[in-house]
Write a protein that binds this ligand. Structure first.
Ligand SMILES: Nc1ncnc2c1ncn2[C@@H]1O[C@H](COP(=O)(O)OP(=O)(O)OP(=O)(O)O)[C@@H](O)[C@H]1O
Ligand SMILES: [Mg+2]
Length: 404
């Protein structure tokens, strides 16, 4: 059963207080939590009792109902006021509404009129609170950026980890990375983060999921990025479902501005849930024919899933690899422009993976790192902090220091 509406009655005439009590006391939805004979007493009681509604007489000796309404509205905004008046007090009524009263009743009123007003004002207040609570949450909503491809070994994890660190380094945003490559995830390895707990452990606790619980499962990287690692063993992958991932991403959105998701090269239930929940999908391609054929299929499936142009960003990795193909040709064949292209740079990339230090930190001036920064910039938009030429070293030095 839902909570009762808690009502306080403020009227200097005892008989009126009794009448109003009689009209409401046997109603199962209402509970009378107090009475006051003066406006001052009403204010005192409201502070301690915090009723949902006050039925306030407009004319009381000493302070009147209008002044009391002004004070209570300012001090205890969760309490709503219904003004009670007699005929001919229209001007007072107008002033009471301006002071913050939510409704008024002209004496004498029936039990039905009274109950109707109480229920109406209460319902409006509940609605208002929901909207007020919802709005700041909406503003906090983080963006989910998923790095995906139907081809394995194409550079998803390389791009996802560097992208997350680039976003953390060049914005003030809070950034998380989720390793949703549930069988063979290696985000922890790429970032040199040793997981204390993984997404499989979190899922065992999923019925208690909230931001506090989730925070406990995140491993910190020195760049500030928080990591939700993949299960340690492939056989644990099945314990994490698409529904779990959707729920986890929804919670992360309330905690972080950017949530980068690394994925497995498959359109299974879990990956579909991630793709559905994404704001941006970075589809990674390369310049060889089997990959192009695969990516073309991938884009077609995404079209049937109604993912709009805004959601999909095509990224070409290892662009200068000796493929005998022209980038324009690939774009035409995929009927999509590339939002970013990363050059092939085995020396920088492999060394960075082996050391567990993203190349946007270890080699920020290399073209491959600059490409990731450019990609990150398209996501961050106005939140991107372009350092002055002299500061570039500063940001990098800071990160290098952090990494020891
Ligand atoms: N731009 C690049 N230049 C040179 N080597 C690269 C580049 N991008 C990725 N690589 C290398 O390609 C290999 C595969 O990269 P990565 O693990 O990021 O791919 P993946 O798509 O996540 O693979 P999987 O599907 O197995 O998870 C790695 O050895 C990485 O160092
Ligand atoms: Mg990978």
């Amino acid at each position: 059963m839902s909570a009762k509406i808690r009502v306080l009655i403020a009227d200097d005439i005892a008989a009126t207080r009794q009448n109003v009590t009689k009209l409401l006391e046997f109603h199962p939805e209402v509970s009378i939590v107090g009475e006051a004979a003066t406006a001052e007493e009403a204010i005192r009681k409201v502070r301690s009792v915090k009723p949902d509604i006050i039925l306030m007489d407009i004319n009381m000796p000493g302070m009147d109902g209008i002044s009391a309404t002004e004070i209570i509205t300012a001090e205890v905004p969760d309490t709503s006021i219904i003004i009670m008046s007699v005929q001919g007090e229209q001007e007072y009524l107008r002033r009471a509404m301006i002071a913050g009263a939510k409704n008024y009743l002209v004496k004498p009123f029936t039990g039905d009129e009274l109950l109707q007003a109480v229920k109406q004002v209460y319902a409006n207040e509940q609605k208002r609170r929901k909207i007020v609570k919802f709005e700041p949450r909406m503003q906090e909503m983080g963006k989910v950026i998923t790095v995906f491809s139907t081809k394995g070994g194409i550079g998803k994890t390389t791009i996802a980890t560097n992208l997350a660190v680039a976003l953390a380094a060049k914005t003030d945003a809070k950034v998380a990375i989720v390793d949703a490559d549930l069988q063979f995830g290696d985000v922890g390895l790429f970032l040199n983060v040793i997981p204390q707990a993984t997404i499989a452990d979190l899922v065992r606790d999923i019925e208690h999921l909230d931001d506090k619980l989730l925070e406990g499962y995140l491993a910190p990287h020195n760049s500030g990025v928080k990591v939700l690692p993949a299960p340690l063993r492939p056989e644990q992958a099945d314990t994490v479902t698409g529904a779990h991932l959707a729920q986890i991403l929804k919670t992360l959105r309330t905690m972080f501005q950017y949530i980068v998701v690394d994925t497995a090269p498959s359109f299974n239930d879990a990956m579909l849930a991630v793709l559905d929940a994404s704001d941006h999908i970075m589809v990674i391609s390369a310049m060889d024919l089997p990959t192009i054929k695969n990516v073309k299929l991938c884009l077609e499936i995404m079209e049937t899933l109604d993912y709009g142009e805004d959601k999909i960003k095509l990224v070409l990795n290892r662009a200068n690899a000796d493929s005998g193909m022209d980038i324009r040709e690939v774009e035409q064949s995929l009927r999509h422009p590339f939002a970013a292209t990363l050059p092939s740079d085995g020396k920088t990339v492999v060394a960075s993976v082996n050391r567990g230090i993203p190349f946007v930190i270890s080699n920020p001036d290399m073209p491959v790192a600059q490409s990731v920064f450019n990609l990150a910039k398209t996501i961050a938009g106005g939140y991107w902090q372009e350092p002055q030429a002299t500061e570039t070293g500063g940001v990098v030095q800071k990160l290098k220091r952090l990494l020891g």
